[in-house]
Design a protein around this ligand. Structure first.
Ligand SMILES: [Zn+2]
Ligand SMILES: [Zn+2]
Length: 373
């Protein structure tokens, strides 16, 4: 019936868990809430669990364990390992291994475990349904030396069930007997897991599909503030794929990235240290390089087609001038970065203005192509 689906490789246990919890959330939870409602303490507990388990993935599994973007105290590690287990996204060791593989081979059909080249559904959840890639765990030697990580790796199912389902259900029972227990189990033990899981999955699917690519258009990873809202700041994925060891994903001060603010706060409290930041020169250089590449490609396209439109000719001439400026700034900045020379704030602003003007001109030319005179 479905000749392309390798049924012999289906991970039945995980697939059943994902499908059943999804439909219980979609159908069972609304029916329960309409009939019985939910104690306000359980509503608050639901929100606490969303943040605690979601940020244990972004701050703990992702930025701390997979990327080593900062160092954390034992208590922070323990918290993120315990609540990370309750997100039911595998152990930190497995998660980090898959994720390092994703960064190393991004967009490769065979070696990127959740490659977007195999389609949106595959990148989002399909890859978890199958055991097509036996994990070798040969890229997480550093994490294997951490006893806390290994303790969680051995016990993550048990920790996840106790913290994610048993404790909320007991609290629900204490607040409202059987009805309270069932409500807590359904809302915090099931729906919360589904919500947090799909928000994480969106990073692999939507963050490789919608948004802008200001740092590198050779990768499918994209920056999207909408996705950042859903993922505690992980939506700035084009930046992240360009500079994966930076503790910030939303690198601009105004970008919505609660995970970076939490890490910064932990540092102020003495619970985190050695936060890794990419120097601003390198970031601007990436932006200039990207604009340079795009402007060049656009001008090459102009050479390939004969254009008999004065407005377009004018637009292309302006773009060629901008490219010349960009080239100059780009080479100066490249030299400064390779010689590790600090660049003044005013020069950084000037380079940024050049990149912004080029982007404006490219957008203008695209507009002319879409609406020919
Ligand atoms: Zn990615
Ligand atoms: Zn990453």
């Amino acid at each position: 019936m479905f000749p392309n689906i390798p049924f012999d490789r289906v991970n039945w246990f995980t697939s059943s868990f994902l499908v059943i919890t999804f439909f219980v959330t979609l159908i069972g939870v609304p029916i329960f809430l309409l009939n019985f409602g939910l104690h306000w303490i359980l509503t608050l507990l639901f929100l606490f669990y969303c943040v605690a388990t979601g940020m244990s993935i972004t701050l703990g599994y992702h930025r701390l364990f997979a990327h080593k973007a900062f160092k954390a105290s034992r208590s922070v590690k323990l918290f993120t390992l315990i609540f990370g287990a309750a997100a039911f996204e595998d152990s930190a060791l497995d998660w980090a291994s898959d994720h390092r593989q994703h960064h190393k081979h991004v967009d490769d059909e065979h070696d990127d475990p959740y490659s977007i080249t195999k389609g949106f559904f595959w990148a989002h959840i399909g890859w978890i349904f199958f055991k097509l890639y036996p994990r070798e765990l040969n890229n997480v030697g550093d994490l294997k030396k951490d006893p806390l990580v290994m303790w969680q790796h051995r016990n993550h199912h048990l920790i996840g069930i106790v913290v994610g389902q048993v404790i909320p259900t007991i609290i629900g029972a204490l607040l409202g007997g059987w009805v309270g227990a069932i409500g807590a189990f359904l809302v915090i033990g099931v729906a919360r897991v589904v919500v947090v899981q799909h928000c994480t999955f969106f990073i692999n699917s939507l963050c490789h599909t919608i948004g802008r690519r200001p740092y590198d258009s050779k990768t499918s990873a994209r920056d999207s503030w909408i996705m950042a809202l859903l993922t505690y700041g992980e939506g700035y994925h084009n930046y992240h794929h360009s500079f994966q060891h930076d503790y910030r994903n939303g690198v601009k001060p105004w970008q919505w990235d609660p995970t970076k603010w939490a890490i910064w706060t932990l540092e102020k409290l003495g619970l985190a240290s050695q936060l890794r930041r990419v120097p601003e020169e390198k970031i601007v250089l990436a932006e200039l390089r990207e604009m340079h590449r795009r402007a060049e490609a656009q001008l090459q396209r102009r050479n390939r087609f004969s254009i008999h439109c004065p407005t377009r000719e004018e637009a292309y001439t302006k773009l060629a001038d901008l490219l010349e400026n960009l080239e100059e700034g780009y080479h100066d900045l490249e030299k400064a970065v390779s010689n590790r020379v600090r660049v003044s704030k005013s020069a950084i602003l000037r380079y940024r203005a050049q990149a912004a003007a080029t982007l404006d001109q490219l957008t203008h030319i695209q507009g002319l192509q879409l609406n020919p005179a």
